[in-house]
Design a protein around this ligand. Structure first.
Ligand code: FES
Length: 294
């Protein structure tokens, strides 16, 4: 296995972190707000996690400070760059907390291996924030502290990228279903109406794309079956409401999706669920995946 991948993968197996991970989850559940505010922290209005975008600010300002510090050393008369570098470090410190809170909200509903990686990522960023803060009160060592903080943030940021792209934390886990189901080009026969239980969601398929299908009397509604949050089978979830307000709550972390348009109403999912159009003809159920709501 490539060395770099081994290094980045290693924290996911450090079970010694589990008590810390569990404590961090418990505290987040108690202190972080729920409802709409929690939805904002997850990035629901944007349809994707907001924490990585927020991290651009402390990382960007600290890298800018690093460039100024390097210029101060290398360029004649560069001492004047110390003040703007300090200002940028202050901006890094000021934006760490909101960025961390958004990441913490996402952390709560991750799998244990993802949480272990997230704990190490957060610890690296805590070290960075501590060094940046100390640099604001330091004299001759301010530049050294800022640089050390930026290096720590760089390593922690790289691990955060690994968590997102390798371990799929914060990704949309249902986007591919639209393509597996033929990009909504045509309706597919997914079985008879009589074979569907009344009021209980069941799994059906269009090609390799799973659907969560719900019969109510003579009509049928459906969503794609793989939860956008972390991929749970939605047909194992709980149905609530009636008519166009009918929803299904994911069995893993309780994200709630509306059948009519796939919108996320609650829970950690930020991406809406790809929608399925259905109709019943001569006792058979026809369906096509028409994609996420736009
Ligand atoms: S998998 Fe987490 S809410 Fe569905």
């Amino acid at each position: 296995m490539p060395l770099m991948r081994s290094l980045f993968d290693a924290p996911s197996r450090w079970t010694a972190l589990d008590p810390v991970a569990a404590r961090a989850k418990d505290v987040a559940d108690r202190v972080l707000p729920g409802g709409r505010v929690r939805g904002l922290l997850h990035g629901r209005p944007a349809g994707h996690a907001v924490h990585p975008a927020m991290a651009m600010v402390p990382v960007g300002t600290s890298v800018s400070a690093f460039v100024l510090d390097a210029a101060a050393v290398l360029l004649p008369g560069g001492q004047a760059l110390g003040a703007p570098a300090r200002l940028l470090a202050a901006a890094s410190v000021a934006t760490v907390a909101p960025t961390a809170i958004a990441g913490w909200a996402d952390y709560v509903d991750l799998h244990p291996d993802q949480q272990r990686t997230a704990i190490v990522h957060a610890a690296g960023n805590a070290v960075a924030a501590t060094l940046w803060t100390a640099s604001l009160f330091a004299g001759r060592r301010a530049r050294l502290l800022r640089t050390a903080g930026t290096l720590a943030a760089g390593a922690a940021g790289a691990l955060g990228g690994h968590l997102a792209y390798r371990w799929a934390a914060g990704m949309n886990h249902a986007e591919h279903l639209v393509h597996l189901a033929g990009d909504g080009q045509e309706f597919s026969d997914i079985g008879t109406l009589d074979d569907l239980a009344e009021g209980r969601p069941e799994q059906r398929w269009i090609g390799d794309a799973p659907l969560c299908v719900l019969r109510r009397g003579g009509s049928v509604m459906a969503l794609t079956d793989t939860c956008t949050h972390l991929g749970a089978p939605l047909h194992d979830g709980e149905v609530k409401g009636t008519g166009s307000a009918t929803t299904i709550t994911c069995p893993w972390h309780a994200s709630e999706f509306r059948f009519a348009d796939g919108e996320v109403l609650d829970g950690p999912a930020s991406a809406p669920q790809p929608v399925v159009e259905t109709r019943v003809e001569a006792g058979r159920v026809l369906a096509r995946v028409v994609g996420p709501p736009l």
